[in-house]
Design a binder for this molecule. Structure first.
Ligand code: CAP
Ligand code: MG
Length: 423
């Protein structure tokens, strides 16, 4: 460690030109201060030992400052000058503040809890093309949550079967139908054919119901092929695409957004739990969500606030929802504030293990400014997909009219059946 470079100054107050990071630092048989020195060095200009090539100009201009250390909670705040980062380059930003440091032997555990980006960096990213306002305008759904399904089985149906299940969900009353995260273009289900068949089914369902219907094809693939697939969706009148943002990669998400295809980007977060799940180590879903919004995800899976099958506590999910659905957030005990400048909002998606009976609890925790998605909770209905879709729409209608589900179910047989089936 280069002792001449003192990274800790507990009197330092971050400026508007600083990128501020909140870490949880668990040192490995050394003091938390020493661990922070290593963390600051390795994420910016230094390395494990003093080097002959360091010069005062570099240190003065680029050295980050550890300005807050809470020994009880192990929460540490660092301020990095914006000059350490390349505007509009998310891979570089994360290679710095979320790179080598996780593997350092000086920490037993390290978790990147939150990032607050300065205006210069926020302004360098496009953010969502549509945002919540644009989505509600496109779908013509003003107040209530958007409700949707995922075609199940996750994979295995052929193109026509896929389109038929989607049609049934739409005529049953759902707004949105998406591909599952592991369905792309398979031997049994070709992407191009599936898109053409399912968009044709969408048009018929729109005419039959008089409602706007949305199909979200999964275009996750190598970047050039991803763009080809997204353009094919556009050519055939699609308005949405879906991508698995973690397995796709941040650079590819930037490429997709910067292509400005005029398609709503739905961001699935498959693989997130590899880094978000351990509360002591890794990267929080809050950080991933803020990165996804900056780059330009219009919709993002954030969890079900402990209502469904996936992990993710209520407070954490609500913190994430606040971070992506507001233009400015204040700092709290476990989060940093963020001024999003002109970046549009991202619509929260709740999905995973949900069924119609969950709707009152889900919406009371997450509000109605969400997309609520039901895979098994739609196609697992004893009456099949159409009945499942009807039950979801009925449960949502009941909530919006403040009618208890059991009361509403007296005149809604599909909901009654769902409430009995999934007690
Ligand atoms: C849900 C789902 C979603 C998960 C993603 C699945 O299906 O399609 O991918 O919800 O989780 O494959 O499990 P079910 P998250 O409705 O049948 O559970 O939204 O937490 O990222
Ligand atoms: Mg899925």
């Amino acid at each position: 460690m280069d002792k001449t470079l003192d990274y800790i100054d507990l009197k330092y107050a971050p400026t508007k030109n600083d990128l501020v990071v909140l870490y949880r630092v668990e040192p490995n048989k050394i003091s938390i201060e020493t661990a922070c020195e290593h963390l600051a060095a390795e994420s910016s200009i230094g390395t494990w030992t003093k080097i002959s090539t360091m010069n005062p100009r570099v240190a003065k201009k680029l050295k980050p400052t550890v300005f807050s250390i809470d020994k009880k909670t192990k929460m540490v705040k660092l301020a990095y000058t914006k000059d350490l980062f390349e505007n509009a380059n998310m891979p570089e930003i994360l290679s710095s503040i979320a790179g080598n440091i996780f593997g350092m032997s000086v920490v037993k555990n390290l978790r990147l809890v939150d990032i607050s980006f300065p205006k210069s960096i926020v302004d360098s990213f496009p953010g969502p093309a549509f945002g919540i306002e644009g989505i509600r305008k496109l779908t013509r759904i003003k107040e209530r949550p958007l409700v949707g399904t995922i075609i199940k089985p996750k994979v295995g149906l052929n193109e026509k079967e896929h389109a038929q299940v989607a049609y049934n969900a739409w005529v049953g009353g759902l707004d949105v139908v998406k591909d599952d995260e592991n369905l792309t273009s398979m031997s049994f289900n070709n992407f191009d054919l599936r898109v053409k068949e399912t968009l044709r089914a969408r048009d018929i369902a729109e005419r039959k119901t008089g409602e706007k219907k949305i199909y979200m094809p999964n275009v996750t693939a190598e970047t050039t092929e991803m763009l080809r697939r997204a353009n094919l969706v556009k050519k055939h009148g699609g308005e949405y695409i879906m991508v698995d943002i973690l397995t796709l990669g941040w650079s590819a998400l930037q490429t997709l957004r910067n292509a400005n295809l005029g398609l709503v980007i739905h961001a699935h977060r498959a693989m997130h739990a590899a880094v978000t799940r351990n509360p002591k180590h890794g990267i929080s879903m809050l950080v991933l969500a803020k990165v996804a919004r900056l780059i330009g995800a219009d919709q993002l899976h954030i969890g079900t606030a402990q209502v469904g099958k996936m992990t993710g506590g209520k407070d954490e999910v609500v913190d994430i929802e606040n971070a992506i659905e507001n233009s400015k957030t204040q700092a709290t005990e476990n989060t940093l504030g963020q001024d999003w400048q002109n970046i549009k909002t991202t619509l929260a998606v709740a999905s995973g293990g949900l069924h119609p009976g969950h709707i009152p609890k889900l919406l009371s925790k997450m509000g109605t400014n969400i997309v609520a998605q039901f895979g098994g909770g739609c196609h697992g209905h004893p009456g099949g997909t159409i009945a499942g879709a009807k039950a979801i729409r009925q449960a949502t209608d009941a909530y919006m009219k403040k009618i208890p589900p059991k009361t509403y179910a007296k005149t809604a047989p599909e909901l009654k059946c769902a409430l009995e089936h999934w007690k």
